[in-house]
Every structure is written in structure tokens, then in C-alpha cells.
Design a protein around this ligand. Structure first.
Ligand code: HEM
Length: 413
């Protein structure tokens, strides 16, 4: 086969065609040298079984400082230098769950995990349905010449409303979170630093409010854990809120956007789903596999020498699991490029790695799946004749490595 060179995650070819690009890398070899977009050398792991192995293996850490002998966090230096983030804000960026290992990871995750169990999430379902119905009621008001942007008026507002209600972000502040989220995803220095600064200030103010007058929201619970039990620091508290709100809306919005796009492009699958809403849970699994919004996990760091699929990964080496390649690995799936809502999942739960796996498995997976089910189900029920307003080749995606996001999705109701 053709040697893919030493791909950089920011290569325009990989960003615009991750399925083809990472697919070629996967077929070239199990473990391939590449570069993270800041230039750091990484091992790209692309096959389903190998990605699963890395995500399950505690020898691959999420905090670079967990590597024995490692004293500097190059990602912290990158944040400060390339993104122009003032020193005092760096901890808010680096202190999130995805950059922690035990015991901190275990302690922090335990503080919030109860709010996101399948049972607690199912109690939210009626509220999620109501929010969706309300947005769907108002869709025609946003139509111009019969065309509505579903990203703007449905895919975004649904998850941001849900996660903000759950955490306790007041309604009037939610549009700012959406802008901050976009600024962070863009990785452009000035907007990035401004957004972090604004978020930290905003969350600090909310913490003071809840401290004075607690409510039943998640934020009040975190303030109590801080003040009464000393189970997290002020910085960790702010970081947790920031992580939950940002991780909880951007991603889910684009599962909804990508999923609706895929259903519109596959009339037979869409018809099957419209005929049998019982297919919704399976449909969400398959849409996550085929067009999930997160293509790359956070980096992992080898804490000792590890042999991985025949390659010696040395202590301190950086590993990048590639979810999009694993989710279309022909070793794992027959006809992997086909969207098949009733695909056999082979007794493996979700049957894909779009929410990651292991200790850092997506905290919000049950919530995201439920929002997906409600979104696809209610949209197709309310607007059974929904159709694309532009041909597929006219749809644009946000050019950011590792994420798969439509800039807009114009439809006719
Ligand atoms: C972790 C994807 C929705 C919160 C992850 C990971 C993935 C992921 C792949 C693991 C990354 C890694 O191991 O490096 C997604 C997708 C979503 C989604 C595709 C929507 C379709 C949500 C929601 C929340 C959330 C709604 C709200 C709470 C988190 C958190 C983590 C995480 C806090 C870190 C967990 C840890 O490190 O222990 N997500 N996510 N996600 N997700 Fe999600």
C-alpha cells in the first residue's frame, strides 16, 4: 500500500476527509507515527481492537505528569504560548476529568457520576421531550423562503438547554456559553483566551450565588461538596462546571446535526425509522458509529514501555486513539461504510467507540443518547416530510481536527 508519510492531525486532507484519510492509515499498519496538531510526535492507533486495548490499559495515562520522570506538561506550555492564555487560567483548562488519572480522576468523577446514570437520566426524559417539542413548534417561525437551519434552531438549543438546566446555568447566560464553546473549539488564540477568562469569571459569580442561596441543581451540590466536605478545590469546581457545560452541548448538538443529515441522505433507513420508532435506540448507536461528532480521544501517555500490536511504545510516548477509524474498521464491521440502523451490535453494548471506553468513557453518554433519541424521534414525527434544502456537496463542516460538525443544515419542513 501507499505509505501515508507522517500525517499531522491538522493536515487539510485528514480534516476534510477523516474517513478516507484515517482509513488509509489504518490499512497501512496497526500503529503509525504521526504528529499532533501542535507538532508533538504521536502514535496513531486506528484499529478497533487496538483502540479498545489502549483505552482499557491503565499503563496509558491521561495526565502527562503521570509518566515517571516527566516534569513538564507540554500541553500546558502550548496552552500558555500558542493560545496566549495567561498563566493563572491554565489550571482551569488542564484540570478537567479528561486530563486526570487516579486518585484525582476517581474522586472528581464520583462527585458528578450519580447525576448522569441511566436511571437519573431517564427521569429527565419528559423534560427533554418538552424542550424538543417547544423548539419544533417554533421552527416554522425561523423559516426564510421555507428553509430553516436545523443546527441553529434545533440541534444547538436542545442540548444546551438540557445541560444548563441540569447544571444550573441561568437562561439569560446560555447564548454566551454557545459563543464561548465556539471560540474554544476554534483554537484561535485571542477568542480562546477571552472565552476562558469570561467563563471562569461567570462561573465564579454563580458559585457565590449558590453559596448564598442553594437550589436543587448540580452546581449547588458541587458547592456543598466544596464547602462542607472539602472534596474539591475552588479551581476544580469551576473546571467541573466548565467541562460539563461545554462537553454537554457542543458534541450532542453535532450528533443531532450529523444524524439528521445522514437520515435525510438515506431515505430507506429514514423510512424504516419513521415506520418503527422502536428502532430509535439502535438508530442512535449506528448514527454514533457512522457519524459521531468526536473523531479523536484525548491523548494518552505511556507510563512504561508497552508493546502495542507489534510496535514498542516507549515510556513517555504519546498515543492518539482514532475513534473514527476504529468505528469503520472492516476487521470489526461488515460493510463498515454502510449506514444500517438495524446492524447487529454483536453483544458489545453500543457496538462502537464513539463515546470512548474504560475509565474515561463519556460521562454524559446516557444523556446524549437520550437527547438523540428524542431529537430524531420527535423531529421525524412532527415533520414527516422533512427534506434537505441544499444538495449534500453544499454542506460545509467546521475545519477542526478531531471533530465532525456541520456549520449549518438547511432543510424544508
Ligand atoms: C468523555 C464523546 C456528550 C461529558 C468523552 C469521551 C468521548 C466523548 C469520546 C472520552 C474521551 C477520551 O477518552 O479521551 C461524547 C459524544 C457526545 C458526548 C460523542 C455526544 C454525542 C457528553 C455529554 C456530557 C459529556 C452530554 C455531559 C455531561 C463528558 C465528560 C467526559 C466525557 C465529563 C470525561 C469523562 C472522564 O474523563 O472521566 N465524551 N460525549 N459528554 N464526556 Fe462526552
Amino acid at each position: 500500500g501507499e505509505h501515508p508519510g507522517e500525517p499531522n492531525l491538522a493536515d487539510p486532507g485528514l480534516v476534510s476527509d477523516p474517513f478516507g484519510g484515517y482509513g488509509a492509515i489504518r490499512e497501512h499498519g496497526a500503529v503509525t507515527r504521526g504528529r499532533y496538531f501542535d507538532g508533538t510526535p504521536v502514535w496513531l492507533v486506528t484499529r478497533f481492537d487496538d483502540v479498545l486495548t489502549v483505552l482499557n490499559d491503565r499503563r496509558f495515562a491521561n495526565d502527562p505528569l503521570s509518566v515517571p520522570g516527566q516534569e513538564t506538561d507540554t500541553t500546558a506550555a502550548y496552552a500558555a504560548e500558542a493560545l496566549g492564555l495567561p498563566e493563572q487560567f491554565v489550571p482551569y483548562l488542564l484540570g478537567n476529568l479528561l486530563r486526570k488519572d487516579p486518585p484525582d480522576h476517581t474522586r472528581l468523577r464520583r462527585l458528578v457520576s450519580r447525576a448522569f446514570t441511566v436511571r437519573r437520566v431517564s427521569e429527565l426524559r419528559p423534560r427533554v421531550e418538552l424542550i424538543a417539542e417547544d423548539l419544533l413548534d417554533r421552527l416554522p417561525d425561523h423559516a426564510e423562503d421555507g428553509v430553516v437551519d436545523l443546527i441553529e434552531h434545533f440541534a444547538y438549543p436542545l442540548p444546551i438547554t438540557v445541560i444548563c438546566e441540569l447544571v444550573g446555568i441561568p437562561e439569560q447566560d446560555r447564548p454566551r456559553w454557545r459563543e464561548w464553546g465556539a471560540a474554544l473549539v476554534s483554537l484561535r488564540p485571542e477568542p480562546f483566551a477571552d472565552a476562558i477568562r469570561a467563563i471562569v469569571e461567570h462561573v465564579h459569580a454563580l458559585v457565590l450565588e449558590r453559596r448564598a442561596a442553594p437550589t436543587g441543581d448540580l452546581l449547588s451540590g458541587l458547592v456543598r461538596a466544596r464547602d462542607e466536605d472539602d472534596r474539591l478545590t475552588d479551581t476544580e469546581l469551576v473546571t467541573m462546571v466548565l467541562t460539563l457545560v461545554l462537553a454537554g452541548h457542543e458534541t450532542t448538538a453535532h450528533l443531532i446535526g450529523n444524524g439528521v443529515e445522514a437520515l435525510l441522505a438515506h431515505p430507506d433507513q429514514r423510512a424504516a425509522l419513521q415506520a418503527d420508532p422502536g428502532l430509535l435506540p439502535d438508530a442512535v448507536h449506528e448514527l454514533m458509529r457512522r457519524c459521531g461528532p468526536v473523531h479523536l480521544t484525548r491523548l494518552r501517555y505511556a507510563t512504561e514501555d508497552v508493546e502495542l500490536a507489534g510496535t514498542l511504545v516507549r515510556r513517555g510516548d504519546v498515543v492518539q486513539p482514532v475513534l473514527v477509524a476504529a468505528n469503520s474498521d472492516p476487521r470489526r464491521y461488515s460493510a463498515p461504510d454502510r449506514l444500517d440502523l438495524s446492524r447487529e451490535r454483536g453483544g458489545h453494548g453500543e457496538g462502537h467507540l464513539g463515546f470512548g471506553h474504560g475509565a474515561h468513557y463519556c460521562l454524559g453518554a446516557a444523556l446524549a443518547r437520550q437527547e438523540g433519541e428524542v431529537a430524531f424521534g420527535s423531529l421525524l414525527r412532527r415533520y414527516p416530510d422533512l427534506s434537505p434544502a441544499v444538495p449534500p456537496e453544499k454542506l460545509a463542516r467546521v475545519p477542526v481536527p478531531g471533530s465532525w460538525r456541520l456549520t449549518s443544515l438547511p432543510v424544508r419542513l
